[in-house]
Design a protein. Sequence first.
Length: 465
Amino acid sequence: MKSAVETLNPTRVRLTVEVPFEELKDSLDAAYKKINQQVTVKGFRQGKIPARVIDQRFGRGAVLEEAVNDALPKFYTEAVNEGELNPLGQPEVDITELKDGELLAFTAEVDIRPAIEIPDYSGIEVTVDAVEVSDEDIDKSVEQLRERFATTSPVERAAAEGDIVVVDLEAKVDGEVLEDGVAQGVDYTIGSGQLLDGIDEAVTGLEAGGSATFTSELKGGSAEGKEAEVKVDVTAVKSRELPELDDDFAQLASEFDTLEELRADSRKRLEQMKKYDQATQAQEKVLDELLALAEVPIPEKLLADEIETRKHNLVNHQLGQMGLDLAKYLEIQGKTEEEFDAETKEQAEKGIKTQFILDELVNKEKLSVGQEELTEHLMRRAQSSGMSPDQFAQAVVEGGQVPMLVGEVARGKALAVVVEAATVKDSNGETVDLDDEDETAETVEAAEGDDAAKSDDAGEAKSEG
C-alpha cells in the first residue's frame, strides 16, 4: 500500500491511497463467505457455492463492493498511522479507481487536530477578588441558619407581611374557570413574591375565612401570559417566629455552645468558600489569557457539530426537564435567537480551543494520570451528577467514557501547571498563593462544556463509490 498526505488547511488533509489488488485477498475471501451465507443456489448447499457461480449469478461487482467496504477501514487506518495524523470524526472517502485484479485507489478527506505551538505563559498576570469576610456576611449566614429553625403557629388575627397563609385559589379567564386554574391548601409566605403578582396586597389584612379577588398575569399553565381574575380564600393564618440569637440558638443549630463560637465558625467557612471561589476565578482568568496568547485553528465541521450538540442538550434535556422550549427560554433570558447563537458559538469555540491547547500541554509536559487521581475525579463527577460513585463508575465503563475522564483529569493538571507559572494578585495588590485545588478539573470542564468536542479516532470508513 502507498499513501500520501496533502494539507488542505491547518485542520484538514486529503489522503491519497493506492492498494495493490493482492492486498484485497482476505477481504475478497470474506466477501465470498458472507454472500455464501446469505444466498441460495439450486444444486449447491448453503455456504458451499463456488466463487465462479457467485460471480455468474450475482455479479463480480457485488463481490468487489463488499470486499472494498470491508477493506477500506483497515487501509485508511494504516494511511493515518503512516502519516502520523490525529483525525477528528469520520473521513469523506471517494473511490477513485478500482481495477479488478490490479488496483484499488481512493482518497479520504478528514479533519485533524491542528499543530499548536504552546506560547510562553510564564508572563501571564491576572487579578482576582480578595478574600474578605465582613460582619454583614456573617450576619447574613447566621440569619439564613436562623430561618431554617423558624417555627409557625396558627394565629387568630389579620395576616401581615412575613405571615404564612394557607389559601385556595381559583383563576378565571374571560369569565371561565381554567381547568388548571384551581389549587387548594397552598402555603404562601406574604412578601416572598413566589406566587402571583397582586396576591400580597389581596391577602394582607385578611383573617382565616376571608376572601379577595385580584387580577394578575398568569406565569404558567394553559393560559400563560393572559390576564386572569383570581379569587383567593384564606383558610388559615400562621405566624412565623424566629429563634432568639443567643447561646441557646447556637446549641440548637450547631455543635457549638455559644453564639460567638458559631459566628467564628461561620467566618471560617465563608473564608474557605471565598478562597475556593478565588482559586476558581484565578484558573478561569489564567485559562482565558492562555487562549488569547495561543493560535488555535478550529475545524469548521467540528465547530458546527459542537454547536448543534450544545443546542440539542439544552433544548432536549435541560429545558425539557423544566417544561420550557427555546423560545420561552430566550424570552426569560431577554435574548434574541441571534444573540443566543452567537453566545453558543463563542462557548463552543472556547471549549474546543481549551481541549486542544491543554491536550498539547499534557503531551509537552508528559503529564500522566494516576489511579487515585482518576478515582477522586470520578467521585466528584458522581456527586455532581446525583449518582452514587458505583452507579456513575458503571455508567462510565459501560459507555466507554473512561478515556474521556482521564483526559479531563490530565487537562486539569495541565491547567494547574500554567496557573502555577502565572502571577496571581488579589484586588488589594497582594500576591495570592494558590494551593492545588480540586476544582481545577471542574474549571476545565466548565470551559469545555459537558458536551465538549471529543477527538475520537475515526471509525469505519465506508465507500462512497
